[in-house]
Design a protein around this ligand. Structure first.
Ligand code: HSE
Length: 425
């Protein structure tokens, strides 16, 4: 029977899940794959800390060299999170010819070119299925079966925390701050929620997925990002009345050599497949010229779902004679043949607090018309309060720059902008 000797970098929530999954599954793996997996060393910050898994004390070390410089260890599984020291440790492992399996979206999104170059140079594998959307096999789907496709559009709900918050706001009309604080009490949102609610987590994941979908490196700083912190119950209620559901969407589109990537709150028609994805679930919806529309849905976080992707990668790596890498040039700088645009086409939901007086609607419509933005639907919501009334517009397709310019023409005394939310089909 083949034996693979592994070292862990980190043993927190995900590492503990991987240990537990491997332990409960070991005999089945040996039976199916004729493969014995032996974890030899586990790097942790504090060897005396209580763990969520029964890793034997003698395996724990706080010295990275015991994992990275052990010649018997041929595969390193990294679950430390964050850019550093994880990136440096992974580079050291790859440079010694060890294969790396990682759940670290930040390190991959920011340093992918360095990691891939080291892997290729030293004939090692680099696997990162768990870095994007937990258990959902989107990385291998893009890297293998969908290679036969020209993918033009990919949209995803790829952050479970924000989907949980927005789902509850939609269902119960609750305010953002109340749901966030409740989610923190339930352990569904981090004590410091910035990476999730400001969209960084989704932007890291999108930069990885879009690169694989479009065969061109999309760097993290090319992803436009807007979080959900300014979303109000009023926006969600108005959208709901007009037949829309609000999601934090990660959107990537390619037309010719023009690529757009963006993460922002987005209204979707209530019957869109992504609109049905609620709570902490993740989903990726894409369009390829051969596969047409498809959607993958599942658990994007949690120890065991994430371990599902990690252990899958470990088994795949252990059974592969040749490690496969993306074929696009994985560059440190943007590909000069590609145009990364921030002037995309969208429809827009605009909520204004308008003066209740004759001519106000005409003045707003005039501002829109000056920039060629055409109105599709308009709703006056609620009653007049202190001489002002909420007006909601949904536009036809317009360019982002045109919409921004149209809003600048509005006089806040007449019509103050409360929200501008993009609408996708
Ligand atoms: N914090 C992420 C989420 C999970 O809420 O989906 C890890 O990427």
């Amino acid at each position: 029977m083949k034996e693979i000797v592994i070292g862990f970098l980190g043993c927190g929530n995900v590492g503990g899940g991987v240990w537990n999954l491997l332990e409960g599954f070991a005999s089945e793996i040996a039976h199916r794959d004729q493969l014995k997996i032996r974890v030899k060393k586990v790097l942790v910050r504090n060897v005396n800390k209580a763990r969520t898994c029964a890793v034997p004390q003698e395996l724990l070390t706080s010295n990275p060299a015991e994992v990275l410089e052990d010649p018997e260890i041929s595969l390193v599984a990294e679950f430390m999170g964050g850019e550093q020291p994880a990136t440096d440790y992974m580079l050291r492992a790859l440079e010694s010819g060890k294969t790396v399996v990682t759940a670290n979206k930040v390190a991959v999104a920011l340093n992918w070119h360095r990691l891939q170059a080291a892997a290729q140079q030293h004939n090692a594998g680099l696997y990162y299925e768990a870095s994007v959307c937990g258990a959902i096999p989107i990385i291998s789907t893009l890297m293998t079966p969908l290679q036969s496709n020209r993918i033009t559009k990919l949209m995803g709900i790829i952050n479970g925390t924000t989907n949980y918050i927005l789902s509850r706001m939609y269902e119960n009309g609750e305010d953002y701050a109340d749901v966030l604080s409740d989610a923190q009490k339930l352990g569904l949102a981090e004590p410091d929620p910035a990476s999730d609610v400001e969209g960084m987590d989704a932007a890291y994941k999108l930069s990885i997925m879009a690169s694989l979908a479009f065969h061109a490196r999309v760097h993290y700083d090319k992803v436009y990002r807007e979080g959900i912190t300014r979303i109000t119950a009023m926006d969600i209620t108005c959208g709901k009345e007009m037949g829309y559901v609000l999601k934090l969407l990660a959107i990537a589109k390619r037309e010719g050599n023009v690529i757009e990537t963006r993460v922002h709150p987005t209204f979707l028609k209530a019957d869109h497949p992504l609109a049905q994805v609620n709570g902490s679930f993740n989903a990726v919806y894409l369009h390829g010229h051969a596969c047409k529309e498809m959607m993958l849905q599942g658990r994007g976080a949690g120890d065991i779902p994430t371990a599902s992707a990690v252990v899958g990668d470990i088994l795949h790596a252990a059974m592969s004679d040749v490690h496969v890498h993306p074929t696009f040039e994985n560059r440190a700088t943007p590909d000069p043949l590609m145009v990364f645009t921030d002037d995309w086409q969208s429809r827009y939901f605009i909520r204004l607090s308008a003066k209740d007086a004759p001519g106000v609607l005409a003045s707003v419509a005039g501002s829109f018309a000056r920039e060629n933005v055409s109105i599709a639907t308009m709703m006056q919501k609620g009653s007049v309060e202190q001489g002002r009334v909420p007006l909601i517009f949904i536009t036809h397709g317009a360019s982002e720059k045109a919409m921004q310019a149209a809003l600048k023409h509005l006089d806040p005394e007449v019509a103050r902008i409360e929200s501008m939310i993009r609408v996708e089909d």
